[in-house]
Design a protein around this ligand. Structure first.
Ligand SMILES: Nc1ncnc2c1ncn2[C@@H]1O[C@H](COP(=O)(O)OP(=O)(O)OP(=O)(O)O)[C@@H](O)[C@H]1O
Ligand SMILES: [Mg+2]
Length: 487
């Protein structure tokens, strides 16, 4: 175990890290911070939720000359929300050292960003498009940058972003230090990455599996038509504290969040067609617990660190294994437990196997809950609420009414049963409309494109028995937060 005090950090940094409640460095931090402080280029790969942000953030902050008014470090992230989050974490790390961090991202007032850029930020965190925009307007100059970091590096070097990244790189001095971080790093992308780096060192936190062991992984084989009812029942039975449901398309996300709302859940959707203000407000409500279920496209799959996410549901199996790893990694962060449930239509089973090959982890089959089980789940929640209320006391104003009721109806059992029924959110059968998505094209287990952990050694995995269906874990997360409040 490595203490931050053993990492040669300045007093200001140690103070910040302490205040953030970090006691020990995580393995990726312990391995990369010294290398990074020594100026090495590196590719850091470690599981989701294991502190990669601070792993690149701490050494970067250490290297900032706060007396200089120039931008010295630039971090590029694939989504606006992630850019904001990373800038917030860096702000916290650099607060005592008085390092100025600024996030620049699309969909928000560019004039305001330009004014902020004039105030001499030391570190810029941004999305590629907006960074380029500022470079072209000459409102952002990267001539004094000594450190460039790609968070979610494999995504940033993927087809959609590569040109922007190349254009940005052209304006950054060549003798810079380049750091790449991600939970996944497919081999072809690593090769692209090395073109931008000087004899980079690869630091991989060796784990048996690419996913976090604290995330229990299940799959439910379910025909497209039945997916929604199964989702609703699973939520009823498992009563997640906060849940993210991933859908394949924007339409899917809209339909699912509407349908969940119709059935009485507090759900909202987030995807790239929404205004930035809306995206941020949905996320804020989710973080505050005012929304229990966030329905999202992959725009929310990478990097977002939201505490309290206990369940991730893949309404549609993701097309590639990396996307799976990042999606389920929204739970089970920083040492907490989580559960991931992936829906697979019978024709898409090939994709499931491909995911398993990459992650080196088998998903356990889960049987969809029945209506009765969903009801039981909800009744349990009511009982828990009741018990809590009894414990809290303060019931005098209700006892007179209770007495009246008991006088009218001799049978106390009936009275209590009725009260329970009123309080329970019964599994709902309100009809909803979800457009059927076509299954992904059929695929056999011959996927070779991904990994970085090597492929093909599938022979020694446990065989999954046909009857090995596991019950969902109905009793794991007993308390559901009263909606709207969060401890
Ligand atoms: N040393 C530490 N001790 C305790 N908590 C930490 C430590 N380092 C980071 N954390 C916290 O762990 C959480 C996850 O960190 P972070 O978001 O950096 O993970 P990540 O590895 O980047 O994950 P992802 O691959 O999903 O982007 C954050 O809330 C962060 O503040
Ligand atoms: Mg991250």
């Amino acid at each position: 175990m490595t203490k931050f005090a053993d990492l040669n950090l300045s007093p200001a940094l140690l103070k910040a890290v302490n205040r953030m409640g970090f006691e020990e460095a995580t393995p990726i931090q312990a391995k990369t911070i010294p290398l990074s402080m020594a100026g090495k280029d590196l590719i850091g790969q470690a599981q989701t939720g294991t502190g990669k942000t601070a792993a690149f953030g701490i050494p970067l902050i250490e290297k900032i000359d706060v007396k200089s008014p120039h931008v010295q470090g630039i971090i590029i992230a694939p989504t606006r929300e992630l850019a904001i989050q990373v800038s917030e974490e860096l702000y916290k790390i650099g607060m005592d050292a008085r390092v100025k961090v600024l996030a620049v991202y699309g969909g928000s007032d560019i004039q305001r960003q330009i004014r902020a850029l004039k105030k001499g930020p030391h570190i810029i965190v941004g999305t590629p498009g907006r960074i380029l925009d500022h470079i072209n307007r000459r409102t952002l100059k990267l001539g004094n940058v000594h450190t460039l970091i790609l968070d979610e590096a494999d995504e940033m070097l993927n087809m959609g972003f590569i040109e922007d990244i190349e254009a940005i790189l052209e304006t950054v001095p060549e003798d810079r230090q380049t750091l790449l971080f991600s939970a996944t790093m497919p081999e072809p992308i690593r090769r692209i990455a090395e073109r931008f780096m000087k004899s980079p060192e690869t630091v991989r936190v060796q784990a048996k599996e690419m996913t976090v062991p604290l995330i229990e992984q299940f799959f439910v084989k379910v025909p497209e038509k039945e997916k929604f009812d199964v989702l609703a029942r699973l939520i009823d039975v498992q009563s997640p504290e906060l849940a993210i449901v991933f859908g394949r398309t924007k339409r899917r996300v809209d339909e699912l969040s509407n349908a969940l709302t119709l059935r009485g859940y507090t759900a909202e959707g987030i995807h790239g067609d929404l205004s930035q203000a809306k995206r941020l407000s949905v996320l804020k409500k989710f973080k505050e617990g005012k929304v229990d279920v966030l329905v999202a496209t992959d725009v929310a799959a990478r990097g977002l660190d939201i505490s309290g996410v206990t369940h991730v549901y893949n309404y549609d199996i993701p097309q590639d294994p990396e996307s799976y790893v990042h999606r389920i990694g929204r739970t089970g962060r920083a040492g907490k437990e989580g559960m991931a449930i992936t829906f697979v239509s019978p024709r898409e089973m090939g994709y499931l196997r491909i995911v398993e090959q990459t992650t080196k982890k088998r998903m356990q089959p889960m049987r969809p809950p029945t209506w009765d089980e969903a009801l039981e789940g909800q009744q349990r929640i009511t009982m828990e609420k009741l018990e809590e209320t009894i414990k809290e006391g303060n019931l005098d104003e209700y006892k007179a009414v209770a007495n009246e009721l008991l006088k009218e109806h001799e049978d106390a059992l009936t009275v209590i049963a009725a009260a329970l029924k009123v309080l329970t959110k019964e599994p709902d059968k309100t009809p909803v409309h979800i457009t059927e998505e076509r299954p992904l094209p059929q695929k056999r287990d011959n996927y070779k494109g991904s990994g970085g952990h090597g492929h093909g050694g599938g022979g020694n995995r446990n065989r999954r028995g046909k009857s090995g269906q596991q019950p969902y874990k109905g009793n794991r997360k007993p308390q559901r937060r009263p909606s709207g409040r969060r401890p």
